[in-house]
Write a protein that binds this ligand. Structure first.
Ligand code: ATP
Ligand code: MG
Length: 391
């Protein structure tokens, strides 16, 4: 009798001819997640099983965060021998109370009992051994599932996982990661669709503090438990902000700053093999996130810009941030570069031509180049202490 974690795959089943490729990608991600637990992964008949793990609760926690996993069940694996299955059924149900039913599925039709017979027989065995249980086939508190496959698997809990597609199966994108609530959620949503993430952060030291930067590393760290390692590029942004402040009209400062962010991100993305940019923008959230504002910031990009939160209310984004575990870090009160030099009356209907006229007063190429040259690269891996992230 072995304790295993049964792993069910999600949308991968829709993938037709590419299925083996997707299954391999998922297997790689599950292996990476269970590597610290010294578990091993086995694949059989479209199923995955994690074996050899001591701490099953931790294993469940890690595997349910792997995109592409639909649900998991801690299970007992036994030979297809009735006495062994009976022992496993007793073991699986010994701590339960209330109502239950047995639900058997016989993939191996050579097994001498059919599903109904297995249900009736094991139901009797469980009742004989646990006086705290009674049968209710309509609305049971617990369902003892018995799967007769190449071996027999018994489980009573089906735990939902994050779903989505294995990271890496939809390419790689560069997330503009601020210290706020929105951008980590935006990154999570694209990673869930199979996108591998790199991240870029604009840092205006000394106007923004070392703590503000550490907060962003911590946000990337939380995301990395779902996405795998993240390369975080920290861009020195002070000089650009000061130049804008000194030379450009006050009401355009925010949108001009955003154009610099997008311009630099587009360039870094191309250099690092990313096929798109991701931002946490949401329509109408602030002055720069009007339709005209979004058009002006996309104007400097050649890559597609994914804005998965565009139709979300702030409260919906906050709920998501709570669910994925980034909220408490996001609300730490360190200033972001967006909040310094904020104009009193930012334009909500910027015109690309006007912005280009203002940019003509600056050495846009030189400033961009200098910022890119100054990038600090941090490799963020889940489990590494944030202070020790590899620089
Ligand atoms: P967030 O949107 O993450 O909660 P925020 O509300 O402070 O942070 P906004 O002003 O809404 O940021 O900026 C819109 C988007 O621009 C962010 O979601 C993020 O993708 C990007 N962005 C803003 N500031 C930065 C920064 N300092 N570094 C990297 N990206 C940034
Ligand atoms: Mg925002």
């Amino acid at each position: 009798m072995e304790r295993v974690l049964l792993v069910r795959m999600g949308e991968i089943f829709l993938k037709g001819d590419n299925r083996p490729q997707f299954i391999n990608a998922l297997a790689r991600r599950v292996r990476y997640a269970i590597w610290p637990l010294h578990g091993r992964l086995e694949l059989a008949q479209g199923r995955m099983y994690v074996k050899g793990v001591q701490d099953m609760d931790l294993c469940v926690d890690k595997v349910t965060k792997v995109f592409g996993v639909h649900s998991v069940s801690p299970a007992l694996e036994v030979e297809k021998d009735l006495a062994a299955i009976e022992r496993a059924a007793i073991e699986m149900t010994k701590d339960l109370s209330g109502s239950f039913k047995v639900s058997a599925r016989r993939a191996d039709k050579r097994f001498p009992m059919d599903s109904m017979q297995i249900n009736a027989h094991l139901g009797g065995v469980v009742l004989d051994n646990n006086p705290n249980l009674h049968v209710d086939v309509h609305k049971p508190d617990h369902v003892l599932s018995v799967e007769i496959r190449e071996l027999a698997y018994l489980h009573v809990a089906k735990i939902a996982a994050v779903g989505g597609m294995p990271v890496g199966t939809s390419g790689k994108a560069l997330l503009l990661l601020s210290g706020g609530i929105d951008s980590p959620v935006a990154g999570f949503m694209l990673a869930k669709r199979g996108v591998e993430l790199s991240a870029i952060h604009y840092h205006s030291f000394p106007f923004t503090s070392e703590q503000a930067k550490r907060k962003v590393v911590e946000l990337a760290h939380i995301l990395s438990q779902y996405t795998g390692p993240i390369h975080l590029y920290v861009v020195p942004f002070t000089k650009i902000q000061q130049e804008l402040y000194d030379k450009c009209p006050d009401n355009q400062l925010t949108i001009l700053m955003r154009r610099f962010m997008m311009r630099i991100a587009n360039r870094v993305a191309l250099e690092k093999g990313c096929g798109a940019l991701i931002t946490g923008e949401s329509l109408g959230q602030v002055a720069s996130q009007t339709m005209e504002g979004l058009q002006c910031s996309s104007d400097v990009c050649t890559l597609p810009v994914f804005r998965p939160l565009i139709g979300f209310d702030k409260t919906e984004i906050m709920d998501r941030a709570q669910q994925i575990g980034t909220y408490d870090t996001s609300i730490l009160p360190y200033e972001d570069c967006c909040t310094i030099f904020t104009p009193k009356h930012p334009t909500t209907k910027p015109k690309v031509e006007r912005l280009r006229e203002s940019e003509a007063l600056l050495d846009v190429e030189g400033l961009t180049e200098e910022a890119v040259q100054g990038i600090e690269e941090i490799l963020v891996r889940y489990g590494d202490a944030v202070e020790n992230s590899v620089c």
